[in-house]
Design a protein around this ligand. Structure first.
Ligand SMILES: [Zn+2]
Ligand SMILES: [Zn+2]
Length: 161
């Protein structure tokens, strides 16, 4: 447990120390550390700082690709949301219009039913009154015919004498 720690402590840079430190590269390097890397807090030799720079450049490319990908995804996501909102608005408009049409239809359908009932009642009343008028006329006509027959009999009887 105490084997690795002391050597790492020895290699860590001391800010107040003027003595040159050695390169802190991941793979053992014995060259003197000249600069501090920008991407990690290690002090490195010239060769290894160039290597770290190379890694940094590669990382920036992959990060840039990732950002582009995410930006594209984000723009597509916004588009989809706009399309969904527009569709929702259109659907709501259609539902409202259909509900209005249904309400108007029900209103006038009820009115037609009421008019039909009233019309049927009036027609029935008219038919009944016409029937009773016809019946009276028939009775009167029958009475007239009877009177005619009687006078015919009377005439015949008179002629026979
Ligand atoms: Zn580094
Ligand atoms: Zn080195």
């Amino acid at each position: 447990m105490s084997n690795a720690a002391p050597s790492a402590d020895l290699r860590s840079p001391s800010p107040n120390s003027s003595s040159p430190t050695i390169c802190e590269n991941e793979v053992e390097c014995t060259k003197p550390a000249l600069v501090t890397c920008h991407h990690c807090p290690k002090r490195l030799c010239l060769k290894h700082v160039l290597e770290h720079n190379e890694i940094n450049i590669v990382r920036t490319y992959s990060l840039s690709d990732e950002i582009n990908c995410l930006t594209h995804l984000l723009s597509k996501l916004d588009c989809q949301q706009s399309v969904d909102n527009a569709r929702k608005h259109l659907d709501t408009w259609k539902e409202n219009i259909l509900a209005d049409i249904e309400n108007t239809y029900q209103h006038y359908s009820k009115e037609i039913d009421e008019l039909q009932t009233e019309l049927n009642q009036r027609v029935d009343i008219f038919k009944d009154s016409q029937k009773s008028k016809m019946s009276i006329l028939q009775t009167q006509l029958a009475a007239l015919q009877k009177v005619g027959e009687i006078s015919q009999h009377v005439t015949n009887d008179f002629l026979c004498f």
